[in-house]
Design a protein around this ligand. Structure first.
Ligand SMILES: Cc1ncc(COP(=O)(O)O)c(C=O)c1O
Length: 445
């Protein structure tokens, strides 16, 4: 018989039996290393084994693990105010963060709604977009357009706008129908052209869709310039600016999901900046707290916000989470943003990009490589396999090979990508590239 007082204190070995890891084959893969501490680019086990985190722990870490300034901000805030509900209350860390964000995003995006993670930031944008049209007296505009190869998260609406994949296959009954249009996946051009001579003809499908269905479409959602989980697919800037032009022309809102691309990953603070695009919604999460705590935000414009104002309670946005704008997470985010001013972050980003530029050409000409691409701090090497896709049989072999060399890389099927914390040194990055170079023999077999 078990009751709380009688449950024996678990040993470390016992407690592992209870853990169910995300995106992980239960009892199928190698045992998960137990990480005890982190510093800079390194994760460390209790017995001192170091692993170089070349993917920023699922794309969240910016300035290195356990950054002292972020840790101090978390400690101070936790000792002062750990949490207060955000409905009807406010607090200084959220107010400071809203001001900081409003200074780095395109100025029209001055209304900031906090939530918990990338998926909830996307849910919020989708719900706001649909309610916006309802508040405008046009409830028929409620359909969403999303791209092929998209990934926007794992909650129901976020999973719906994500493209069909092994991630979504079991959940089709939970997904809302979405209109799908081409992505600018130049290595596998959806309209059979080549980038050197094309005129972004892959946009024509969206143009037709908007012309035919614009009256019933609320929003188009994109991962600006870089589709992450779909295979680190880099789009031409003209694709993003074309999506903006078309959505504006057809009075359809544009949601830019900057959950991955935000905070410098693509070389600018936000990917939209590179293409000179101002969306109607921007979703941020991941790097917002420098990878220390969950926090997200959905930012939008006066045009959207003002339809939610007034005395009619039916116009309010009935959405929120227990930990909305958690003060400790906001303090961590403020410390993360301050580091952009106190440390040479964009110099580090440029140094990463120049290593990518120096190393990728040799991979491009390797017989096992189908394509290489990069943008800002992110680089990808797509390998030739007969079973391309996330479930490629090559993936687990590569993953284990890299870990055996002390490098954390988690290939997206046959796409090996680098997405390091900005504090990685050129030498460490070259070491990661050397390790990938050595792994190409696995691809050849
Ligand atoms: C572009 C994009 N949007 C949304 C998400 C979902 O974020 P989260 O895992 O924090 O829910 C991800 C996660 O990888 C992402 O890459």
């Amino acid at each position: 018989m078990y009751w709380p007082g009688k449950v024996p204190l678990k040993t470390m070995g016992d407690s592992k039996l209870h853990l169910w890891h995300p995106f992980t084959q239960e009892n199928g893969g190698p045992p998960a290393p137990t990480i005890f501490r982190g510093e800079g680019v390194f994760l460390e086990t209790r017995d001192g084994r170091k692993i170089l985190d070349a993917i920023s722990s699922w794309w969240v870490n910016l300035h290195g693990h356990s950054h002292p300034a972020i840790a101090a901000a978390i400690g101070e805030q936790a000792a002062r105010l750990e949490h207060v509900l955000f409905a009807g209350f406010s607090h200084e860390p959220a107010e400071e963060l809203a001001t900081r964000l409003s200074k780095i995003v395109p100025p029209p995006l001055r209304h900031i709604f906090f939530s918990d993670d990338g998926s909830t930031a996307v849910e919020v944008a989708l719900k706001m977009a649909v309610q916006y049209w309802s508040n405008c007296g046009r409830p028929e505009k409620r359909r969403i357009v999303a791209l092929e190869h998209a990934y926007h998260g794992d909650t129901s609406a976020a999973m719906s706008v994500s493209d069909d994949s092994p991630f979504t296959a079991p959940f089709s009954p939970l997904r809302i129908p979405v209109l799908r249009t081409h992505s600018a996946y130049c290595a596998h051009c959806p309209v059979g052209l080549t980038r050197a001579t094309c005129r972004i003809e892959c946009l024509h499908q969206l143009e037709t869709l908007l012309a035919e269905h614009g009256h019933e479409i609320a929003a188009v959602i994109v991962e600006p310039l870089l589709q992450g989980a779909g295979g680190m697919i880099v789009h031409p800037e003209e694709f993003l600016s074309g999506v903006r032009r078309l959505t504006a022309a057809h009075d359809v809102l544009l949601i830019a999901d900057e959950v991955l691309t935000g905070f410098g990953r693509t070389g600018k603070m936000f990917a939209c900046e590179r293409a000179g695009v101002v969306p109607d919604f921007m979703c941020v999460a991941k790097g917002l707290t420098g990878g220390s705590l969950p926090l997200a935000a959905t930012l939008t414009t006066d045009r959207v916000h003002e339809t939610f104002t007034g005395s009619d309670p039916g116009r309010a946005f009935f959405h929120g989470h227990s930990y909305t704008a958690n003060p400790i997470a906001c303090a961590a985010a403020n410390a993360t943003m301050r580091i952009f001013d106190s440390e040479p972050v964009f110099q580090r980003i440029a140094a990463i990009e120049s290593v990518h530029e120096s190393r990728l050409p040799a991979f491009a000409s390797h017989p096992s490589v189908a394509d290489v691409r990069h943008i800002g701090t992110v680089a990808a090497i797509e390998l030739k396999v007969s079973d391309a896709g996330y479930l490629s049989s090559l993936r687990p072999k590569l993953y284990e090979f890299y870990l055996s060399r002390g490098v954390l890389l988690r290939p997206l099927g046959n796409v090996v990508y680098l997405l390091p914390p900005y504090v990685i040194t050129p030498e460490q990055l070259h070491f990661v590239y050397d390790t990938i170079q050595d792994s190409l023999t696995l691809a050849a077999n």
